[in-house]
Structure formats: C-alpha cells, structure tokens
Design a binder for this molecule. Structure first.
Ligand code: E4P
Length: 218
C-alpha cells in the first residue's frame, strides 16, 4: 500500500519522507490556503518545489469548474513536472476533462468521491486515481470503509487500472482497515502516519530492556 501525505506543508512532508516510507503527496485548495500560499505564481512554484523534493506523485488540484478552464489549468499544472497528477473534482465537466486528459497522456486524480457510481464513472474516463473521502462519510454517520470495499471489488472485477486512493483519513485505524481491504493508497495528515508508529507496550518494553542493560553494564 502506498502512503501519501495529505498536506501542503513541506516540513511535515519531509519529516515523513525522512523515514523512507512516503510515496507521494496530495493537496487541495484548502490545504494550500492553510499554508498561506496564494496567487497563481506562488501556487505553481509550491507545486514545483513539492515535485522536486518528493520522488512520487503530487496531486495538484484545479480551481476551475468548467471544461475549458479545467483543461487550461490542468495542462499548466501537468507541465510543471512528470510527477504532477492533476486533481479534478467529480462533476460532469470534470469527467469530460479527465477523458481528454487521459487521451493526452496527462494523469488525473478524481476527487470528492462519495459513491461507487461516481468512482465507476471516473475509472471509465481513465482517472489514474479516485479519492473516496472516508472521514467525511463517517462524519455524517455513514460508513466510509464500506465505500473502500466496494471500490476495490468493482475495480478488481473489471481490471480497471485506476487506483483507489483513500482520502479524508482521520486516524490510524482508518489506515489499517484500508490496508485490510486492499486500498492502493492512503493519503493522511502526517501526524496520523506518525501515530501508526506508537504503542505503549513498545515504550514500556524498551524502557525495561534499557534498565536491565544498565543494571549489569552501568
Ligand atoms: C484528499 O485528497 C483530500 O485533500 C483530503 O483527504 C480531504 O480530507 P478532509 O476531509 O480531512 O478535509
């Protein structure tokens, strides 16, 4: 399973990358705004920086919601680097654009997926990734993990090349459950990835090992 960092914060991305376990990054307009990155030039420059620092796919989201606008923005983003994946919202013009990007050899991530039908359409249009938002489904008392299970089954049934990129991850259990269900990728806030490392019995066990060693060796 691939691990992506779901943030535009370079320091946090590099902290996980230093562990040697990071496969890519996803961003969205809210995450870019959170880092105070504004204006077209600054946004493009930040994507270029992420694409240079991280040797994996970097999802860069379009702001336009009409076909022509999405195409124009997406082509500009894709030109930044080969590892930029154009993130396109799950709307009618977005699907039309994903079909065109696919024909042009530009890779895409269809975002804001909340149902199996939406994911099926995106896969048929040739999306490289679909992003089901599991946390936001759970937030409204739905079952985000059931959607992951449905998508993995559907894509396996028909041999779609589209990868299931579980998004809106809230806690380490989400990651483990995604792994059990066979999601291709999880994108998580770096803090959630780091939480996976922790277990109180590891801390207690290590403390005891070191104390026993000290007793004999001083
Ligand atoms: C993924 O691509 C999205 O940017 C992200 O996972 C959304 O997460 P949120 O629901 O925590 O905002």
């Amino acid at each position: 399973m691939k691990f992506f960092a779901d943030t535009a914060n370079l320091n946090q991305i590099l902290e996980v990358h230093a562990l040697g376990i990071l496969d890519g990054v996803t961003t969205n307009p809210s995450l870019m705004a959170k880092e105070g990155i504004k204006g077209e030039e600054a946004i493009l420059a930040h994507y270029a920086l992420l694409a240079k620092e991280i040797p994996g796919d970097i999802s860069a989201e379009v702001i336009a919601t009409d076909y022509e606008g999405i195409m124009k923005e997406g082509r500009r983003l894709a030109k930044i680097s080969d590892n930029i994946v154009v993130k396109v919202p799950m709307i009618k013009d977005g699907i039309k654009a994903i079909s065109s990007f696919t024909a042009e050899g530009i890779r895409t991530n269809c975002t804001l997926i909340f149902s199996p039908g939406q994911a099926l359409i995106a896969a048929k249009a040739g999306a490289s990734y679909v992003s089901p938002f599991i946390g936001r489904i759970d937030d409204i008392a739905g079952d985000g993990m059931n959607l992951i299970s449905q998508l993995v089954n559907i894509f396996t049934n028909y041999g779609f090349g589209t990868e299931v990129l579980a998004a809106s991850v809230r806690h380490p259990l989400h990651i483990v459950q995604c792994a059990e269900l066979g999601a291709d990728v999880v994108t998580c806030p770096p803090s959630v990835i780091l939480q996976l490392l922790q277990h109180p019995l590891t801390d207690i066990g290590l403390e005891k090992f070191l104390a026993d060693h000290k007793k004999l060796n001083g």
